[in-house]
Design a protein around this ligand. Structure first.
Ligand SMILES: [Zn+2]
Length: 314
């Protein structure tokens, strides 16, 4: 009697444990995005990611973002060594063998590959192959906003999600205006020094990036100094002031994360900083704080028209 009850309790516990294990191991829906096919002729982030990963596996090829015959030959060698169809194309068969799990403390070419992928989504990381706390924060923000387990580990599911997405090349992509490591989160939520809706990001002479896609308008005034307006299709714009120099041509169409300028101290500035302002097509200046904090957190920012026109704080 007693022993059969124990058996029942044990069986129930085992079933519960199995259920929990199943829940934990079931991949989130976003992992179902298919691996992309990257082949000869490809350029850009996915091509250089393949090159970094081949280098991680000991193939001595340049990581120049140009998937030419040398890269294709290295892919073919890698596939043959793995017992895969040696067709020189990195697709659903090859990706799972090529990616390498990386996390905080990792270093090397596979970390450069992960940093390159995170930058597609506006992380603004330095691609240095050193997986430190800034990269860890970017991985967790990405995982949190893409339905993945938030563990800081770039394993098969996170790799698949990263390489299968279009990132900042997608018109819906967003980027912080500065490198993620340049300022703590609270800097983006700080109130402006006066009542004008804007935010002052206190940095000196560092790269500034397009917050989202848009058309570049060179804009200079006594107060703004050397400035850029990033024009949106609906007539709203992001305004960057006090730059030391611009890095993009007038009229250029840019995507989120494109380097626009170097910050500085021009115009009515006082100390080196980047003034960021949002104006909607009705001419109203809007508080950028909640918009920038959403980007920092890897969330979709609110619509520009919903932002308050005064009393800007986080
Ligand atoms: Zn300002």
């Amino acid at each position: 009697m007693r022993s059969s009850r124990l058996v029942r309790v044990a069986a129930t516990a085992a079933a519960l444990a199995l259920t929990l294990l199943f829940v934990v191991l079931t991949p989130p829906a976003s992992a179902a995005e298919p691996w992309p096919s990257v082949r000869q002729g490809a350029t850009g982030a996915d091509a250089v990611t393949v090159q970094y990963l081949l280098r991680q596996h000991g193939h001595d090829i340049p990581a120049d973002g140009d998937f030419g015959p040398v890269t294709a030959a290295a892919v073919t060698d890698f596939q043959a060594a793995q017992g895969l169809t040696a067709d020189g194309m990195v697709g659903p068969q090859t990706w799972p063998r090529l990616v390498v799990p990386v996390q905080q403390g990792s270093s090397g070419e596979a970390v450069k590959a992960a940093q390159t992928q995170l930058n597609k989504y506006g992380a603004g990381l330095t691609v240095d192959g050193a997986f430190g706390p800034v990269t860890d924060g970017a991985v967790r923000a990405y995982q949190g906003s893409h339905g993945l387990a938030v563990d800081g580990l770039v394993g098969p599911q996170t790799w698949q999600s990263l390489v299968s997405g279009a990132g900042g090349g997608d018109p819906s992509g967003f980027s912080l205006p500065l490198d993620r490591g340049a300022l703590p989160r609270e800097a983006y939520g700080a109130s402006h020094w006066n009542a004008n809706p804007a935010v002052d990001l206190i940095v000196s002479y560092v790269p500034a990036y397009a917050i989202t896609s848009g058309v570049v308008d060179h804009y200079d005034s006594d107060s703004c100094g050397i400035g850029i307006r990033l024009l949106q299709p609906d007539g709203s714009r992001f305004i960057y002031c006090h730059l030391s120099e611009r890095a993009v041509a007038e009229g250029a169409q840019v995507s989120a994360g494109t380097r626009l300028a170097t910050t500085g101290d021009t115009g009515n500035s006082g100390e080196p900083h980047l003034h960021v302002e949002i104006r909607t097509s009705d001419g109203n200046a809007r508080c950028p704080q909640s918009y920038l904090l959403a980007i920092y957190d890897g969330a979709t920012p609110p619509s520009l028209g919903s932002l308050p026109t005064g009393g800007c704080t986080s």
